[in-house]
Design a protein around this ligand. Structure first.
Ligand code: ADP
Ligand code: MG
Length: 698
């Protein structure tokens, strides 16, 4: 059966084509203007758009609408209202007003607010983001919105993202004008979010309390087979997986999400999906939808989609690559080096700006990916280290070095520079391919790879955009009053200075080695290995200044985020600790006792039959299991005490650090005892499925 993909694509989206068809011409124009220039929408226009949206939604089977938003939880929120409006005579009409389209008033009191709620009203409001298209899902019209407290404080991930996009747009356009591109009116920030995930069989999953409650396995002896054969990456898709992926593509296409690539990833049961890039806020919305639909469809296929950053110990975790670039409304990708990067001033200025931004705000980028889950992944053997560095590839690095040295010294480097000039298309061959870099130049974009698989793509882009805006403004101030004939020379000096001051952030080598950790320390780079350590930097004077100056956050908003992130961290670890206690007490210890009893009974029966029978294995196993029982018992007693102690610590940062250094450590110790015991127990007596069953049953 032929599938008409172009026809299916976006069939549930209130897209530009539908708007043009459905809206009166002047209304359409006004709406386009709002979308393109972020101008305010008049109520009469909103009313007219609402009517068209409602008609289209009803034609497509919708009965309800919802303001869809992204609170500080990494998942989306929605409250459905039907279109019905009683007419007073026992009948109803289907109604949807401009006011209902533009603004919603959900109760904000049940979403994380990090203290904002204490000082402000419990009410919140959602405001339509007309730059991200509305769509239909589950017979409901979804309206993408931003979510604020009643007095305007951002309570979501989208508001700061939109603010950061605006500030970067302004700074970049001004810089482009200064560089002679006066025709540019707007730049768009583009993001392509590659998504990794695991699929496990639902029946197997159901018997793992840890996966159900915490999203990751808290125990599990390694399976005989792991990923050592490297036979999964790009391997043939198993039929169940292929069926799931096919349906996923279709569902996402219907929602206008341009998914393009799918393949098996490195670890067993791990897969990846990548869309074609889109404007930042739309890409963020689409990634949220993608994650949600992945979970829903996996369930339909009797599987469970795990989005945790590190569901299994000892094998790769899952990340999300944030491919990021800037494109002008005249169609130029600012990170496209072109055939002759040495002469591409605009490219070099923006490239230098990235170096400075990432170096100055490396801690913010690290913070943007900080979570209890991602801590298990960052620094693991397959994931980027917690140190933020930039990979440029040898050729681009050489080019920048030659520009830098040209000022300091001599002719010889000039030659190097000339070589760089004549190298044909050199970047395509040598850029990227260093998979260990957390922030890699990949030909015409940067790829930030520290983000965990379950996180919203919004956060890193908030900081990246804002840091870029700041740097571009600083650059502009320096260049602004330079006479035209001296501009080129001053730009060259600017790049030289940037290299002199920020070269330390460039690292082209293997980021997974201990040598790099030591080298980075010498260079004075941050190495924020855990979430509490990273979060401590969020409110540093430098970061506060950046975020407040660019109006990304008010001081209150910033502190509220800090509180929410710390709180999230503590709750996650505490929940894991509780789950571990439950599984040990209720499941593993009883299983160990039963097996010990069976062994002891076998031993005495054997002895009653044969006086001098060898009981070596029974004795050894009983000893081992008795020891494990004691260790596990003591371990969870300590864990319970420490988890309770953590809750009593009043200072949140101190408490989070206690969770990190004490509670997680307890859990790691317990895990060793549990996994050792598991390894000698018969599968039939284990209270939970093994790694082998989890990873290889599809
Ligand atoms: P890989 O990184 O595996 O080599 P690609 O380079 O094809 O693969 O693209 C990876 C991701 O980067 C895709 O989601 C793609 O859409 C995205 N991407 C490509 N160009 C840009 C761009 N200019 N801005 C943002 N993302 C981009
Ligand atoms: Mg990639």
């Amino acid at each position: 059966m032929e599938l008409n993909i172009p026809e299916i694509y976006g069939c549930y989206v209130f897209n530009d084509k539908i708007m043009r068809n459905k809206l009166p011409k002047d209304v359409y124009k006004a709406l386009r203007k709002t979308i393109q220039n972020d101008t305010h929408l008049q109520l009469d226009i909103a009313n007219s758009v609402a009517v068209a949206m409602k008609e289209w939604a009803i034609e497509n089977g919708a009965t309800h609408y919802t303001h869809w938003f992204q609170p500080m939880t990494n998942v989306t929120a929605e409250k459905h209202d039907s279109f019905i409006e009683p007419t007073g005579d026992g009948q109803v009409i289907m109604d949807f007003s401009g006011k209902a389209l533009v603004k919603g008033e959900p109760d904000a009191s049940s979403f994380p607010s990090g203290g904002l709620r204490a000082t402000f009203e419990a009410r919140g409001y959602t405001a339509w983001d007309p730059t991200s298209p509305a769509f239909i899902k589950d017979k409901t019209l979804y309206i993408p919105t931003a979510f604020c407290s009643y007095s305007g404080e951002a309570l979501d991930k989208k508001t700061p993202l939109l603010r950061s996009m605006e500030t970067l747009n302004r700074a970049a356009v001004k810089m482009l004008h200064l560089l002679g591109h006066e025709d540019v009116k707007h730049i768009s920030i583009t993001i392509g979010a590659e998504q990794e995930y695991f699929l496990v069989d639902k029946d197997v999953y159901q018997n793992r309390k840890d996966l159900k409650f915490t999203g990751r396995t808290l125990f599990g002896a390694p399976a005989p087979k792991g990923q050592e054969l490297e036979d999964h990456y790009f391997g043939t898709l198993k039929p169940r997986i292929a069926a799931f992926m096919h349906e996923l593509d279709l569902e996402l296409w219907k929602l206008g999400i341009p998914v393009k690539t799918k393949h098996n990833e490195g670890a067993p049961a791990q897969h990846e999906l990548a869309p074609v890039f889109e404007t930042a806020n739309v890409a963020v919305d689409h990634n949220q939808l993608t994650m949600e639909i992945m979970k829903k469809l996996a369930d339909k296929h009797n599987m469970v989609c795990l989005l945790h950053e590190k569901p299994f110990a000892g094998i790769n975790g899952s990340g999300k690559h944030d491919n990021w670039s800037l494109t002008t409304d005249t169609g130029v990708n600012l990170f496209n080096p072109g055939k002759n990067p040495a002469e591409n001033t605009t490219f070099l200025v923006f490239l230098a700006a990235v170096l400075k931004s990432v170096d100055d705000y490396a801690d913010l980028l690290r913070i943007s990916v900080a979570s209890a889950g991602n801590d298990h992944r960052l620094g693991g053997h397959e994931a980027p280290p917690a140190i933020v560095s930039v990979y440029l590839g040898d050729d681009l690095y050489k080019l920048l070095r030659s520009i830098q040295k040209d000022r300091e010294i001599d002719q010889q480097d000039k030659v190097e520079m000339d070589i760089a000039k004549v190298l044909p298309h050199f970047l395509q061959d040598t850029s990227d391919r260093n998979r260990t870099s957390p922030f890699a130049f990949t030909g015409n974009k940067f790829e930030f790879r520290m983000l965990g698989s379950s996180a919203s793509v919004a956060d890193p882009n908030v900081y990246l955009n804002t840091a870029m805006a700041e740097t571009l403004n600083i650059f502009r101030e320096r260049l602004e009053n330079v006479p035209a004939e001296e501009l080129d020379a001053e730009i060259r000096k600017l790049i030289q200075d940037t290299m002199a001051n920020h070269r330390r952030v460039i690292f082209n080598g293997n980021g997974y080695t201990q040598e790099w950790v030591e080298e980075a320390e010498k260079r004075g780079l941050f190495n924020l290995v855990s979430t509490p350590e990273a979060l401590e930097q969020l409110t540093s004077e430098k970061n506060k200044k950046l975020l407040l100056d660019h109006k990304i956050f008010t001081e209150q908003e910033l502190y509220s985020r800090y509180e929410i992130l710390l709180d999230n961290y503590m709750k996650t670890v505490s929940l894991e600790a509780n789950t571990m206690v439950e599984m040990i007490q209720k499941d593993l210890l009883p299983a160990i006792v039963s097996y010990t009893e069976q062994l002891a009974r076998t031993a005495s029966l054997k002895k009653s039959v044969i006086e001098d029978v060898s009981l070596v294995s029974e004795v050894a196993l009983i000893k081992k299991l008795s020891q494990a029982q004691t260790d596990l018992y003591n371990g969870i007693e300590k864990l319970k005490t420490d988890n309770a102690a953590a809750k009593k610590i009043e200072d949140h940062l101190e408490a989070a650090k206690f969770y990190q250094s004490v509670v997680l450590k307890d859990m790691a110790d317990i895990r060793v005892f549990a996994d050792d015991a598991e390894a000698v127990m018969p599968e039939s007596m284990l209270p939970y499925p093994t790694y082998g069953q989890l990873l290889f049953s599809i």
